[in-house]
Design a binder for this molecule. Structure first.
Ligand code: NAD
Ligand code: ZN
Length: 365
């Protein structure tokens, strides 16, 4: 049994461990959420039986009132409509302001449930039980919550910090391989932007992580949290530093959308990391050999590294212009400085303008 580790403790804890269902319920008994006795568990159809139901049972065993609200698994559920449906169901069941929300699942569930908790009764507390690597590495930390609408992803929402985040490494065992790889892309992003040490670890230990070696999984979970937490807590509302998290994402998000979600988020980010590494090389911030190392690591992680043939290049460029870093009509990118660092272009400035011609060179080569 692995020791539980606390990564940080300011406004809330992030707890990394194996099977934390009981710990979560014990924390509640011990007053994590004050006197609250009513819990709205929000989960999805894949996570229900393995994680949500057992936590529900433990809560009921302790005489708490709880209900499970289930959404269909997948990004398509992250909508205003789903949010309203759950709110109505909660109202019908008599949930008022004296309740808390427990999000159990991946990033879709935590984004949706976190947003819902922030507006239900003008805000009730919530905790997150992250069951995917992507949620562990990224979505569960930082307090961004949102839903998608037909015109924009992740734009309607709010900053809302959970009271505690549980990262269950055991959950990675039931995660489909492709989802695990997708989460790995965010881990590789963290390594590229902030830690050569993590990068080297991933190079040496990818197989171990993918075969659920406890020590290796714990190592990356801790590292991911530390990096994301440090960045977001310094810059919760994206005034500058938080832009570094966009490494690989300017291209990544555009590719994801143009692929019409045939590519998972992490797969698109992997391709974006390569494209942005080439940009950095063109600008003289990365050597050819560093770029090759990034590509080799992504391949080792079973991630794609090239823009698929079916992606319409013109649409891709058009989509890039919808990025939120665009300023005065110019595309801006975060660039790596070697491996494990990003270029700082001025005080609190981590993205730099890149011409469309430079982009075309990357896309077409
Ligand atoms: P997800 O929540 O859709 O989970 C991926 C799939 O795995 C789903 O089908 C889910 O049902 C299934 N699943 C989850 N846990 C499982 C388990 N332990 N065993 C078996 N199956 C399991 O997606 P995700 O990749 O976790 O997160 C992506 C979402 O996160 C996107 O909506 C993205 O916008 C959001 N996100 C948010 C932030 C943020 O800062 N708020 C950051 C990154 C990503
Ligand atoms: Zn991402």
């Amino acid at each position: 049994k692995v020791e539980l580790k606390k990564v940080v403790d300011d406004s809330y804890d992030i707890l990394i461990g194996h099977n934390l269902k009981r710990t979560l319920v014990e924390d509640i008994s011990n007053g994590l959420l004050g006197k609250i006795k009513k819990f709205a568990i929000i989960t999805d159809t894949n996570v229900l039986d393995i994680y949500a139901q057992p936590i529900y049972d433990l809560l009921v065993e302790k005489n708490y009132k709880a209900d499970i609200f289930i959404v269909q698994a997948g990004e398509k559920s992250k909508t205003r409509e789903t949010k309203s449906k759950i709110e109505d169901a909660m109202l019908e069941k008599g949930y008022r302001r004296d309740c808390a929300v427990i999000a159990i699942g991946g990033g879709v569930v935590s984004d949706l449930a976190g947003f819902l908790a922030g507006t239900y009764g003008r805000g009730v507390p919530f905790i997150t039980y992250a069951t995917t690597l992507l949620a562990a590495a990224d979505a569960s930390i930082g307090g961004k919550t949102a839903v998608d609408t037909p015109l924009a992803t992740n734009l309607i929402g709010l900053f809302n910090q959970p009271k505690k985040v549980y990262i269950d490494l055991e959950a990675w065992k039931t995660l489909p391989d492709r989802q695990m790889y997708s989460g790995m892309a965010e881990t590789i992003k963290h390594a590229c932007m902030a830690s050569k040490e993590l990068f080297d670890f991933l190079q040496k230990n990818m197989e171990k992580i993918y075969s659920n070696d406890i020590t290796a999984c714990e190592y990356i979970a801790n590292y991911n949290c530390e990096i994301k937490y440090k960045v977001v807590m310094k810059d919760e509302r994206e005034s500058g530093l938080r832009e570094v998290l966009n490494l690989g994402h300017t291209f990544g998000r555009a590719i994801e959308t143009v692929s019409d979600y045939r590519l998972l988020h992490g797969e698109a980010v992997a391709i974006g990391l390569v494209a942005q590494a080439y940009l950095a090389k063109e600008k003289g911030y990365m050597t050819e050999s560093d770029v090759k190392k990034v590509i080799a690591l992504l391949k080792k992680a079973n991630l794609p590294t090239e823009i698929p043939e079916y992606i319409d290049r013109e649409k891709l460029i058009e989509k890039l212009y919808t990025d939120k870093k665009v300023r005065d009509g110019k595309l801006r990118f975060v660039l790596e400085k070697g491996i494990g660092d990003v270029v700082c272009f001025g005080e609190n400035l981590y993205a730099t303008p890149i011409s469309e011609e430079e982009i075309r060179n990357i896309i077409n080569n």
